[in-house]
Write a protein that binds this ligand. Sequence first.
Ligand SMILES: [Zn+2]
Length: 331
Amino acid sequence: MYKKVKKYAQQNGLNIQEKEGIAFGQINGCFVLIQQDPAVPAKHTVMLWAKSGGIEPVPSVVNFLNECTSKFKYLQTASYSGSKIIAEFQGLGFKWGKNYVPCLDSFLKEITSYCRNNQLVISCEGCQSEQDVSLYQVDGVAHMFCSACYAQVAEDLQRVKQEKKAGGHGNVIGGIVGALLGALIGAVLWVLIYQLGYLSAIAGAVMVICALKGYEMLGGRLTKVGIVICCLVSVAMVLLAEQVSLGYVIYTELKDYYEITFFDAFRSVPDFMAAESEIMSAVVRDLIIGYVLMAIGAWGTIRQALKKGSGNIPARMVTTIDGTDIHNNGY
Ligand SMILES: [Zn+2]
């Protein structure tokens, strides 16, 4: 969590869950939640749960939020669903480092006063009930649910997971064809870069990513089996690409003196390597760098695929909301 926002949260006595990137608790007598953006330090989502507590006329939260977006410099957007206010903050432009937290603070003071003055209350996002409400995090997003609505959400998540499992291995044959085609793109790139005299190993990363994408496109979904196949295909394809690259060099060097075809040259590569230790060490270096870059390139895609493939969507209760929290929003 961005250290200035963390300090602000500490000063206001909020609960901080650093790992989940959230701070929550009462500010000015209202329950608020501040969520840190995982990538950008000065980017936060502020949430408040505010349902009309029954006073007439029903306050126009949307109008109030529109006023806020023009008034608070770093408030990018604000929306209201009838029970939940979502305000997106981002520090942009000149001197945001100094002004970001004060801006966040004045917004929180104003919005919480608004909620109190208009007797807005916390309620379940599913059924609007004010009873038995707790704060949950589902797939990294905070929600207020009653226990019955959360049970429904948990059941839906479970069903999605089961369906993913039942989806089986997809089309493995199609996947293999896709992986081969993808890796082939990388191999062509490898050979071209080699001929231009640059470090062809950078094509290793492209190769494995293309293989994984190819598998997913023609195989339907990228399973663990698919990932293993893609890695094996790419590892083998690098060897082939290196041999073709070297074979082509030998061919162009010798074709003026001897009557040889490209395939003769290609086949002679192992003999050349055995005879010339310099070529051997250059090839080993190419391969090592190629495989390292391949591992780096594959990592992100594989991690994403495993996360998506498992169908596991994290969901947990963050904290229970008791009566005083709910009714501090007004009464
Ligand atoms: Zn509910």
